[in-house]
Design a binder for this molecule. Sequence first.
Ligand SMILES: [Zn+2]
Length: 192
Amino acid sequence: MTLLHPPRPLHSRFVDHVLVLNASFEPLNVCSVRRAHVLLHKRKAELLETLERPLRSAAGSHPWPLVIRLLDYVRVPRSSSRKISRRALFARDGWRCVYCGTAAGRMTLDHVVPRSKGGRSEWDNVVTACAPCNLRKGDRPLETTGMTMRIPPRPPQPVLFIRLAAPTVPQSWKPYLGEGALGALAAQVAAA
Ligand SMILES: [Zn+2]
């Protein structure tokens, strides 16, 4: 089988993004069309959804994968062990200040337990804060400030990383991302 580089996207930005599901149907990550073809060719994955338009090359016509599923279950890294990043933290908090709820103005990252007091740069200690709240809180522990958090910080759901990898989510992915019956099924399988 010839491995194909997809042509420049013609009609959308997400055309080179393939959603990879675990054997349990849980969303795992996002890969390129090329990588998906390798997994399919090596029979490590099966094809679940394709673009109507096939991928054509001199060597022939191939399905254009949109969603694939790994045939062997892979252990999912716990979200808490994933590397913390500004982008993922802002996305987790919905680009809103966790203290006052504003989405206006410049957002910053705040250590709930300040670094100077031994607070670590981990998912449960870093939050999105607007610049005024960050300034107001300063280097003090939260309980001494009279400020409260709207949502306690936690490691993000795995789906967040998929959404960050593919900012435009194709329609055909949605049922697999917990937005429909298949998502509910995956959740049940995962919980079993
Ligand atoms: Zn604020």
